[in-house]
Design a protein around this ligand. Structure first.
Ligand SMILES: Nc1ncnc2c1ncn2[C@@H]1O[C@H](COP(=O)(O)OP(=O)(O)OP(=O)(O)O)[C@@H](O)[C@H]1O
Length: 500
């Protein structure tokens, strides 16, 4: 096997790959060699001169349909890997192994025939590698290793935003539910509850981004606990790094968290109860001109979310309270400030700001003067005394946004706790399978500190996986699923090869 950078004897007539600014890599045949350069006739009819050190050999013996495990490739270099995935993707084969890593390419279309019950039966107990690469095979290895060796396993799903991590996680959960699920006797089973909690988590933790209309803006580790006989006995959802800044700041063409738009499109009596209306009238939503999602009705989604909340055991009273906080956050965002009488002080700007202040206090059931004070003043506690200092309008707006972000992230954590309480944990469970769906790496023209944290976390996890992999065998290690969308494949692959 030849890795990127290993010198290979390139001679006149060799079939090679060279980098191309438009299509990433292009293949061709060497027609001349002059010292350190080679002239290549590319398959798209061009003549290109390239340095020999930048030319990679092309495997001419690779099967026309590609290989299902990339360790079988003669050259495991970037163009070889990409070509193999491309060939398979064109044949609707979205999964490929690289040893015990599963690469998944986002098909951007439903492929029900590869996820049905008959497929689950086929993969159950089948030795890894015997059947075509599949996400079910990875879950099956994890489950069998847990049963036979009594050890917990984790599956790490990694990839860029929009690549398909959350969808892949859902397939994993469905397969684990199939393997370890109980026959539904009375009430709902643990696995049903975990799967049903998705719409609730997505309503509050997902948003439209440039890359993905339903992007998870938090990391999620789902822990499925099993009893001695391999049946699911409990589960816990742990969430990380909710993107707080989105609550107050959204850029075109993105949206804030789905729940804000759902509530603005709730039945009329609800909208009136919370004194809401058109999303365009709220500062936290109208910084972006995107209010609707293609093919999605926020009004219908609101009702679906309420139903999902019923299913996961959130009472009507709690649901009311949740949406009161969501509405309050929108009103908080509309409290504008102007200079007060004293130097560097602030007061609500006008009657509109006062209306939103009053509504926020009503919704949060707190004292309006205390709320105004909390926004317009800063309390400093020193060993000697408590000092209250006025804030100028700009600082009051910062303090307002801080309150909105904290309220939202506490609400999200509370929701996750509520879901976990309702699902129930098994304190006696000895084994678990964890599925980590961390939110994907992102790279924009200008990247915020949050992007840095996301990308750093992804790098760290990849490193951790590599270490775990080098120390253990397939059956006891963490398992990795790397997901890609075709447009990001090239960039992502560079990352994968660098870290693999
Ligand atoms: N296996 C699949 N089958 C069908 N569609 C898929 C599949 N995987 C992904 N998709 C499509 O791609 C979209 C984005 O996928 P997903 O939300 O899972 O990405 P993600 O990697 O979790 O992104 P983010 O990091 O932004 O949350 C999905 O809404 C779905 O339309």
């Amino acid at each position: 096997m030849c890795y990127h950078g290993t010198p290979v004897n390139i001679i006149v007539g060799s079939h090679v790959w060279i980098e191309d600014p438009e299509v990433s890599w292009i293949d061709g045949q060497v027609s001349k060699i002059n010292g350190k350069d080679a002239e290549i006739e590319t398959t798209n009819g061009k003549k290109v001169v390239a340095s020999l050190s930048k030319i990679l050999p092309k495997d001419m013996e690779a099967p026309p349909g590609g290989v299902d495990d990339m360790t079988k490739l003669s050259y495991l270099h970037e163009p070889g890997v990409l070509q193999n995935l491309k060939i398979r993707y064109e044949l609707n084969e979205i999964y490929t192994y690289t040893g015990n890593i599963l690469i998944a390419i986002n098909p951007f279309q439903r492929l029900p025939h590869i996820y049905g019950a008959h497929m689950m039966h086929q993969y159950k107990g089948a030795p890894f590698g015997e059947l075509s690469p599949h996400v079910f095979a990875v879950a099956d290895v994890a489950y069998r290793a847990m049963i036979h060796e009594g050890k917990s396993n984790s599956i790490l799903v990694s990839g860029e935003s929009g690549a398909g991590k959350t969808e892949t996680t859902k397939m994993l959960m469905q397969y684990l539910a199939f393997l370890g699920g109980r026959a539904a006797t009375e009430g709902r089973t643990v696995e049903q509850q975990v799967l049903e909690s998705n719409p609730v988590l997505e309503a509050f933790g997902n948003a439209k981004t440039v890359r993905n209309n339903n992007s998870s803006r938090f990391g999620k580790f789902v822990e499925i606990q099993f009893d001695k006989s391999g049946r699911i006995s409990g589960a816990a959802i742990r969430t990380y790094l909710l993107e707080r800044s989105r609550v107050c700041q959204v850029n075109d063409p993105e949206r804030n968290y789905h729940c804000f738009y759902l509530l603005c499109n709730a039945p009329q009596e609800e909208v009136e109860k919370y004194k809401l209306g058109n999303p365009r009238s709220f500062h936290y939503l109208n910084q972006s001109k995107c209010y609707e999602l293609a093919d999605v009705s926020d009004a219908r989604e609101y009702l679906a979310t309420r139903r999902a909340m019923d299913i996961v055991g959130i009472s009507q009273k709690d649901q009311e309270a949740i949406f009161r906080v969501v509405a309050a956050i929108l009103h908080i965002g509309n409290i504008e400030f102007t200079k007060g009488k004293e130097v560097d002080s602030s007061i609500p700007k006008d009657d509109t700001a006062k209306f939103h202040l009053k509504t926020t206090a009503e919704l949060l059931m707190c004292d309006i003067d205390a709320l105004e004070d909390a926004l317009c003043k800063r309390v400093m506690i020193t060993p000697e005394e408590v000092i209250k200092r006025s804030l100028d309008p700009q600082s009051a707006a910062v303090s307002r946004d801080g309150l909105a972000k904290t309220l939202y992230s506490r609400l999200f954590d509370w929701l996750v706790d509520k879901i976990n309480n309702s699902i129930g944990q098994d304190p006696n469970s000895k084994c678990l399978i964890g599925v980590l769906d961390i939110y994907g790496f992102e790279s924009f023209k200008s990247n915020s500190f949050e992007q840095f944290c996301i990308n750093f976390t992804n790098e760290k996890l990849q490193q951790h996986f590599n270490q775990a992999k080098s120390q253990t065998t397939l059956h006891t290690s963490s398992l990795l699923i790397a997901v890609f969308s075709v447009c990001d494949m090239i960039k992502s692959f560079t990352c994968l090869l660098l870290t693999a």
